[in-house]
Write a protein that binds this ligand. Structure first.
Ligand code: GTR
Length: 446
């Protein structure tokens, strides 16, 4: 499978990018959704994305199966002992920053466990204190399990954007008192959730359906790990891990959110009602980036699912389609480490590309979901990334994506690597969840 794109016209493409940008501004056709998507943007606003396949630069992807010494990796043992650690280290050094190494001084308290949702669920709330400081950062895991379960339940774990109470109108979910991104539509007032926030994001969380299909759902608020704004890492968990904060490969916010997913996993593997070998990490958008980095590092996650994770997530950086490395670093400097800033408009120098992040999930099942109108996240680039992770799966004797060409909208494909592109835009829809559960059925129950 070639790791180069086919285009030869694109040496001039970069120089024509500027004129494309100007045209896009004139016709107001580019980047509009993304530019208004996020209230925490801090960078310049003179960026317009490339949405023209013909203007994608020539690129050659780094080969996940060629180690830094130049040797080809042809067996699982060398992958595990040499190449996988190299790629993990590259992601720490060049993209997400260094992850603190344990053991960690976390502590856990089960706050409640009771029937909920008209009796179809058991709802638990579990507080996880993330450091030894009782006044330090903590999150609450909201866990719904099917009341009908006869044993430990396979469970999805996902971060949420607006607090646990936003996930379902269930009035007994603890309302977060922590800082949140402002959002009038979701009842966030002065950066705090209110009663109006309850269930505000429930369209993205079909809890009853997940339970009906025999799965559990665990979720926690990402801002409890690190609030999502650029403050020099003075809040959240970062101040407690000074050995990895500061310097070129400083631990980033995405790094911290991923780490938080692993701390949630530390609890889930101890809950007798959760199947510790069947916890699936899932995330949407920036939280999809975090889910991928968590799933790459922490092999306890049985299945890893990315939804519309885009730049810095599943999408290939070298395509520079939609959101680019330069743009994401400009607007969200805290998401990545300082070294990653070097690769804006300079993607070919990156020692990794995102197919390599995906390949770190191998041989565990990996699912990548895109939305056709979510051009900012480069749906085709997400597909290509999943496809180019395939050789690492094949090394393990696992099925790569079963197709070579980008499948049609609404046509999921499922090997050990799975993918779909659905109709519509940047969101998590029931369609996405149904496919995640189909994929889980195939691998956990097939
Ligand atoms: C956008 C950002 C994307 C994506 C998205 C989200 O503003 O450019 O990379 O992460 O936010 O998280 O909703």
């Amino acid at each position: 499978m070639p790791l180069s794109n086919r285009s030869t016209l694109s040496r001039t493409a970069r120089s024509t990018r500027l004129s494309t940008v100007i045209v896009c501004i004139l016709v107001l056709a580019c980047g509009s959704e993304a530019d208004t998507r996020d209230a925490t943007t801090s960078g310049s606003d003179d960026f317009a994305a490339n949405y023209d396949e013909a203007l994608i630069p020539d690129y050659t992807l780094p080969d996940p199966l060629v180690s830094l010494s130049g040797a080809h990796v042809t067996d699982v043992d060398t992958w595990r002992t040499v190449r996988r650690p190299e790629i993990l280290a590259s992601y720490e050094q060049h993209v997400f920053g260094e992850t603190p190494k344990g053991p960690f001084e976390t502590s856990t308290e089960v706050l409640s466990a009771e029937p909920a949702l008209a009796g179809v669920a058991i709802r638990k709330e579990v507080r996880v204190q993330l450091t030894a400081d009782p006044a330090g950062p903590a999150f609450i895991i909201l866990l719904y399990l099917p009341n009908s379960a006869s044993g430990p339940t396979p469970t999805f774990l996902a971060l949420n954007f607006y607090g646990n109470a936003s996930v379902h109108a269930d009035p007994d979910i603890t309302l977060s008192a922590e800082w949140m991104r402002q959002n009038d539509d979701f009842g966030i007032v002065d950066n705090r959730a209110t009663e109006a926030t309850r269930g505000a994001r429930s369209s993205r969380w079909p809890v009853e359906r997940i339970l009906e299909r025999g799965y559990g759902l665990a979720t926690l608020y990402y801002g409890d790990i690190d609030p999502d704004y650029d403050d020099g890492f003075e809040n959240g968990v970062h101040p407690y891990f000074n050995d990895v904060v500061g310097g070129p490969n400083s631990w980033s916010s995405i790094g911290a959110w991923s780490w938080g997913l692993s701390r949630a996993m530390d609890y889930l593997v101890t809950d007798a009602d959760v199947d510790p070998d069947q916890v699936m990490v899932m995330g949407h958008s920036r939280l999809g980036k975090a889910a991928l980095w968590a799933g790459a590092q922490d092999e306890r996650f049985a299945i890893v699912i990315s939804n519309d994770s885009g730049a810095g997530g599943a999408a290939l950086s070298r395509r520079a389609y939609g959101e680019t490395v330069a743009r994401i670093n400009d607007v969200f400097p805290h998401w990545f480490n300082p070294v990653f800033k070097r690769y804006g408009e300079n993607e070919s120098e990156l020692p990794v590309d995102q197919h390599m992040l995906l390949s770190l999930v191998a041989p565990r099942p990996l699912y990548v979901a895109s939305a056709i109108e979510d051009r900012w996240a480069d749906p085709r680039g997400e597909f290509l990334s999943a496809r180019h992770a395939g050789p690492v799966y094949q090394l393990f004797g696992e099925d790569p994506l079963p197709v070579e060409e980008w499948p049609d909208v609404g046509t999921p494909v499922m090997g050990t690597v799975g993918y779909h592109v659905r109709a519509g835009g940047h969101d998590v829809l029931p369609y996405d969840w149904e496919r995640f559960m189909d994929f889980a059925d195939k691998h956990l129950r097939g």
